[in-house]
Design a protein around this ligand. Structure first.
Ligand code: OOG
Ligand code: MG
Length: 255
């Protein structure tokens, strides 16, 4: 399996680097969920070798809306690296295959989390939250994949923008209105309650899964909590933004 893990990691890494999609790996290889996380780790290792720093983790399929859109029924987690942060608010379309945007919340970890924490402990580890957009870009043709495929593909992670950090302590995050807009028109709308009933639960789950796979949520790192609505394809020329009640807005232009 080890050689195959490296082989699959290289295929996915090259697909991302060259913005050129590949056929689903599950059609050609037989691999488990555990193997899929090993492929993810190996493909991210290739990015680290090119100098990309880890900036945090992301949760995926924390909402029913996303699970239904993609036909997948389990939570997943992936890794975020520094070049994924969109600079100057621009998404350069040519660098992606078929990018989609989704409205999210992002947490900033203040204190290292290296064990599973409970809901009531979250505020001791995280004090900042922000409106965010995640851009996902499956490396698979037609954005089609199995659970193992998408885990191996680092959960489709491609890019993100984060709005201004807000103090999380004084806010109730459990039912904030969230809108994804294109050129000022709302194209997807939901509530933060779609994210596991309360986005803090996404941090709890991240602490559980990270610990299970031998990782910690490092101080200073970020956690993307997962999308509240289905993701939407973006096109050149669009101004894409997210507005989250009480948290504010952020966005990018597609160039
Ligand atoms: C996988 C990534 C899911 C989320 O927020 O639920 C995700 C995908 O939909 O391609 O990022
Ligand atoms: Mg997401």
């Amino acid at each position: 399996m080890n050689t195959q893990i490296q082989e699959m990691a290289e295929l996915l890494d090259s697909a991302a680097k060259n913005a050129s999609p590949i056929a689903q790996l599950s059609g050609r290889y037989n691999f488990s969920e555990k193997d899929a996380y090993a492929i993810q780790a190996a493909s991210i290792q290739r990015r680290h070798e090119r100098g990309e720093q880890l900036i945090g983790l992301k949760m995926g399929f924390t909402s029913r809306a996303k699970m239904e859109q993609m036909g997948v029924h389990d939570m997943i987690w992936g890794r975020l690296t520094a070049p994924m942060l969109l600079e100057n608010g621009a998404l350069v379309l040519d660098r992606f295959i078929h990018p989609r945007a989704e409205p999210e919340l992002c947490f900033k970890i203040d204190k290292r989390i290296d064990r599973q924490i409970g809901l009531e402990e979250c505020s001791a580890y995280v004090s900042k939250v922000a409106a965010a957009i995640e851009v996902i870009d499956s490396r698979y043709e037609n954005f089609k994949f199995s659970l193992e495929d998408v885990i191996a593909d680092n959960c489709s992670s491609a890019a993100l923008v984060i709005g201004e950090w807000q103090e999380a302590g004084s806010l109730d995050l459990s039912s904030l209105g969230m809108q994804l807009q294109v050129n000022g028109d709302t194209i997807a709308e939901g509530s933060s309650s779609a994210i596991l009933g309360n986005p803090w639960e996404s941090l709890v789950e991240a602490s559980r899964l990270a610990t299970k796979y031998g990782l910690a949520l490092e101080a200073g790192s970020i956690l993307m909590a997962g999308a509240a609505t289905p993701a939407k394809y973006v096109e050149r020329g669009q101004e894409v933004s997210v507005i989250v009640e009480q948290l504010g807005q952020t966005g990018f232009k597609v160039v």
